[in-house]
Design a protein around this ligand. Structure first.
Ligand code: PGA
Length: 247
């Protein structure tokens, strides 16, 4: 299966900075062997749609989507709006939103469904906190998070991307070892296999301090089908090195 390397810029962007970063990416990306995407803050979608026009190597992604279709939801951005700007992927249920915006498993599942209905691939994030890992709850937590999505989207489950992001590894420089990550990915794969016969084509990304130095080893694991990259996606050279590691 073709791997996916997706950059999550989080709340780091500016008109000038985006232009420089995208120019650097386009100059070096060539024809990648994997799918590549950048998930940017909503105000910059129009700029990115223009910067990425006329090429196929890098797709556009969003970092969130409203659980509602349209109407009186001040501050929300709908899946249909994202679609108008050429968005192909939308991150849903990132741990930063689960934590700071109190997003529940059910809300995340509704967001995934909204994205799918608009023809956008949701990148559904799951992951345990350090406390949960130390209590031996890792498998239980990630399965619970994914299960809400499986139940809501039903047979469309084969259209999603999953990202396993241990919360303790995000932005900390602490990466899960390839073996630790592979274990959780295999648990998620088995859960997807029980839900669909197409589980082998669902990409399960790893995220959490993935960088140019550790990407190849992580991506060599049998159930790691790509990466969701935060910090290292903000420098063209680092992000391109990860893309190159995903051959
Ligand atoms: P990080 O972030 O690569 O900076 O750890 C990953 C993410 O939160 O998606």
């Amino acid at each position: 299966m073709k791997k996916l390397i997706a950059g999550n810029w989080k709340m780091n962007a500016s008109l000038a900075g985006n232009e420089a970063l995208v120019q650097g990416l386009l100059a070096g990306v060539g024809t990648p062997a994997c799918d590549v995407a950048v998930c940017v803050p909503s105000p910059y979608l129009a700029q990115l749609q223009t910067l990425l026009a006329g090429q196929q190597a890098i797709a556009l992604g969003a970092q969130n989507v409203s659980a509602h279709e349209s109407g009186a939801y001040t501050g929300d951005v709908s899946a249909a709006m994202l679609k108008e700007f050429g968005v192909r992927y939308a991150i849903v249920g990132h741990s930063e939103r689960r934590q700071h915006q109190a997003e529940s498993d059910t809300l995340v599942a509704i967001k995934a469904e909204r994205a799918l209905q608009a023809g956008i691939t949701p990148i559904v994030c799951v992951g345990e906190t350090l406390q949960q890992r130390e209590a031996g709850l890792t498998d239980t937590i990630v399965k619970q998070q994914l299960s809400a999505v499986i139940h809501l989207v039903g047979h469309c489950i084969s259209e999603i991307v999953v990202a396993y992001e241990p919360v303790w590894a995000i932005g900390t420089g602490k990466t899960a070892t390839p073996e630790e990550a592979q274990h959780v990915h295999s648990v998620l794969r088995a859960q997807l296999q029980a839900a669909t016969e197409h589980a082998d084509r669902i990409r399960i990304l790893y995220g959490g301090s993935m960088n140019a130095a550790n990407a190849a080893q992580l991506l060599a694991q049998p159930d790691i089908d790509g990466g969701l990259i935060g910090g290292a996606s903000l420098k063209a050279a680092d992000f391109l090195a990860i893309v190159a590691a995903a051959q």
